[in-house]
Design a binder for this molecule. Structure first.
Ligand code: ADP
Ligand code: MG
Length: 232
């Protein structure tokens, strides 16, 4: 039997604000397997980003258990979480988060400096080629379209050869056609390279192409039937 690459047990994250406690996700039980392509869906505020950030070691959990690649990281310190991210986890965000003063190529290479890995220009260019941006390697983010920026962001996420790629609304800032193209790149990475992909999306058409959809509502996992009772 395949072992899960991510496993959660009663995973819960509470934001402690001065005036209130917000239970953003509660009692999440999940098993994600190598090669899965998971879409986390649900209305705004249902906890999608919080769940993704927790799984991606970007946020500390409040209670429950989180195991990534068989390592219990539930209450790991910041250094361990950083190390997990730098070695194994790639991230893509809705608003690309490129460094404006760096070229496409330099943006792609950036994680290697943080990870103290050898910078291999040829590999970075290969990755830009792979996402269809080989002809724009010396462009600055301001000289790129939204779809092109997201391609750079995907190449940047891939540069460390991650085991899991997380993407938070990767098509959220893109028009329908460009969004589809970006989604297809992520699908290709999953289908051709076997990369495990976990993303959030509001887009039913794209989400329905995932191997599994996790529906959230008010911070808990609900069934497809329950999810359809509420507007996105
Ligand atoms: N940093 C934060 N501090 C306090 N509350 C937050 C924070 N981030 C998210 N929340 C709250 O947690 C809940 C889930 O938010 P989020 O995970 O961003 O949902 P989604 O991505 O589905 O829109 C919401 O009620 C939101 O207001
Ligand atoms: Mg969100």
């Amino acid at each position: 039997m395949k072992k899960p690459i991510i496993k959660t047990e009663k995973l819960t994250k509470i934001y402690n604000l001065p005036a209130e406690k917000i239970k953003a996700i509660r009692d999440i039980d999940l098993e994600i397997f190598p090669g899965d392509f998971i879409a986390i869906m649900g209305p705004s505020g249902s906890g999608k980003t919080t769940l993704l950030d927790s799984l991606g070691c970007l946020a500390k959990i409040t209670s429950g258990k989180l195991t990534i690649m068989e390592k219990d990281v539930s209450y790991a310190n910041e250094n361990t979480l950083v190390s997990m991210r730098r070695k194994f986890l790639g991230f893509v965000f809705q608003d690309f988060l490129l460094i404006p003063s760096l070229t496409a190529l330099e943006n792609v290479e950036l994680p290697l400096y943080f990870s103290r890995k050898i910078v291999n220009k040829r590999h970075s260019i290969e990755l830009l080629n792979k996402v269809g941006l080989g002809h724009r390697i010396n462009h600055l983010p301001t000289q790129l379209s939204g779809g092109e920026k997201q391609r750079v962001a995907i190449a940047r996420a891939l540069v460390i050869s991650p085991k899991i790629l997380f993407a938070d609304e990767p098509t959220g800032n893109l028009d329908t056609k460009t969004g589809k193209e970006i989604f297809q790149i992520l699908q290709g990475l999953n289908q051709k390279d076997g990369l495990t992909v976990v993303l959030t999306t509001h887009n039913n058409e794209l989400g329905s192409q995932a191997t599994r959809i996790i529906y959230l509502r008010d911070g808990v996992i609900v069934s497809k039937e329950e999810s359809s009772l509420i507007p996105a």
